[in-house]
Design a protein around this ligand. Structure first.
Ligand SMILES: [Zn+2]
Length: 501
């Protein structure tokens, strides 16, 4: 073909930098003609690719750049598609000649977000290849029929991709839409475009029914999966909220000890609070506390250590053993803000101890008891020992009276009960009382005094009881003692009544 000698490129089909048209269509054979290969003026024999009106070649002078122009009398305002049309014509010619095109592989994001291939890259045969022209609002560039009878639209993207609105309208037509991008081949002669259009140029489906069907399928699968996840999360929240079903003897003792040591603030008083464990919250909290206390630095305790320990003891609710942090965060975000995995619960508890200056955290979420807390606890234990000693001393004096009274009858109250009443009478708590050496000493003295009086009277000797009977129920006792004194002295002619005149 003669025109090929001029090597008209894709770029030549479009107005140049000065807006000059360099290629027009031969009115006889329809092939592109370059301005450099046609006769000057109207005899150039060319028409416009866009509007098909005759063109005039302005390639005579040496002053102005050579170019094609519409005739002045045509008053063309809207002829802007000449280049596009020329390119589409060329593409149509190539596809029609070879009766095939290569389709790209298609894929969609799978459930895991990674692409899943839907159709492989393949060449398909085409029939009824047409160049679509017209004034309709959406006109595909080239159309053809696929082997299964469906129509396919082929868009040739030159400088910019197919506009969104056009894609949306093409998709709405429910046919396959392929876009072939020739941007990087702008300097390629039209004669060398066959392989590029058919196979080489980048291409993608703007719409593929197979791909759309697969995307729907995956969306449905995702919906089902999310539904299942939702149900499972609700089930786990239900289990999390179940009240404790077991009490651990040793752990309960540890709780008592912690209370004794003024550490109630580091245990949840409400045993019914939801948790990942079957034992009450304060019990597993006490177990964590004791694990930390019994670990000597540089050894430390991590939440994972405790998770494993509790798992072995079967303290973790069975369905919550294998909850990951990721899972629990999702459940907390979507279902119940309080939901925590066993690991998170233990970590949160260790952080709570950290805030109370009981433990330090080393990098890597592993904890150990602070020296300060060990000192604090030592002081608490010493005070408790002192209180124990005070208690024993008071109890001894109390029991001494008890021993004297018993043979004669008259029950003494239980010591603990009496101690509580005694502290109440003094306007202090029992612990406060036991920590006050003066009060303890006075109490001991008073009890001893009462004891001595009783002892004397039992021996037949008159002695006034002290005024303060320390809240002891002494009336019956006193009556019995008087009777005893009477019995001893009846023969002597003494009368106790004479003594108290
Ligand atoms: Zn035109």
């Amino acid at each position: 073909m003669a025109l090929m000698a001029t090597k008209i490129t894709i770029a030549d089909l479009f107005p140049d930098d000065q807006g000059m048209i360099l290629v027009a269509k031969d009115a006889v054979d329809g092939l592109p003609r370059h301005i450099s290969e046609v006769a000057n003026g109207k005899p150039c024999g060319c028409i416009c690719f866009g509007c098909e009106r005759p063109m005039v070649a302005r390639n005579g002078g040496a002053v102005r750049a050579h170019h094609f122009a519409h005739r002045p009398e045509d008053m063309v305002y809207d002829c802007t598609t000449a280049g596009e049309t020329a390119l589409h014509e060329r593409a149509k010619e190539i596809i029609a000649k070879h009766r095939r095109v290569t389709l790209p592989a298609t894929s969609v994001p799978g459930l895991d977000g990674k692409p899943v291939e839907v159709t492989p890259e393949r060449s398909i045969d085409l029939t009824d290849v047409r160049l679509e022209v017209g004034a309709g609002e959406v006109v595909p560039d080239v159309t053809a029929t696929m082997p299964d009878g469906r129509r396919i639209f082929i868009e040739i993207a030159n400088t910019h991709p197919c506009p969104r609105e056009k894609i949306a309208k093409l998709v709405a037509m429910g046919v396959e839409v392929l876009e072939i991008t020739v941007r990087v081949y702008r300097e390629t002669p039209l004669a060398e475009l066959d392989d590029i259009i058919l196979d080489l140029a980048p291409r993608e489906f703007l719409y593929s029914s197979e791909r759309a069907a697969k995307a729907d399928e995956i969306a449905e699968e995702r919906r089902r999966m999310e539904e299942k996840e939702f149900q499972e999360a609700e089930r786990l929240v239900g289990i999390y909220r179940e009240p404790p079903t077991a009490s651990h003897g040793r752990a309960a003792e540890l709780v008592e000890e912690m209370s004794l040591w003024d550490l109630e603030g580091f245990m949840d008083a409400d045993d019914t609070l939801p948790s990942a464990f079957i034992v009450p919250r304060r019990q597993w909290q006490a177990a964590v506390f004791y694990r930390l206390m019994s670990t000597q630095y540089p050894e430390t305790v991590s939440p994972i250590d405790m998770v494993n320990r509790f798992k072995e003891r079967e303290w973790t609710k069975r369905d919550l053993v294998y909850i990951t942090n990721e899972q629990s965060r999702k459940i907390a975000a979507d279902h119940d803000a309080n939901f925590r995995s066993a690991n998170e619960e233990i970590l949160a508890y260790m952080r709570r101890l950290e805030k109370g200056d009981i433990v330090y955290q080393r990098p890597g979420k592993t904890f150990y008891v602070t020296v300060d807390f060990k000192k604090r606890l030592k002081a608490i234990l010493e005070a408790l020992n002192e209180a124990d000693a005070s208690r024993e001393a008071v109890e001894e004096a109390y029991k001494a009276i008890d021993a004297l009274v018993k043979p004669g009858g008259g029950r003494m109250p239980d010591f603990d009960e009496w101690l509580q009443q005694h502290a109440d009478r003094l306007g202090v708590g029992v612990r406060e009382f036991l920590a006050d050496d003066d009060l303890v000493y006075q109490t001991e003295e008073s009890l001893n005094e009462i004891g001595q009086v009783i002892e004397k009277r039992v021996g037949g000797e008159w002695e006034e009881l002290p005024e303060d009977l320390m809240g002891l129920p002494m009336v019956g006792l006193v009556n019995r003692l008087m009777q005893a004194w009477d019995d001893v002295h009846a023969s002597d002619g003494y009368d106790w009544r004479a003594l108290i005149k």
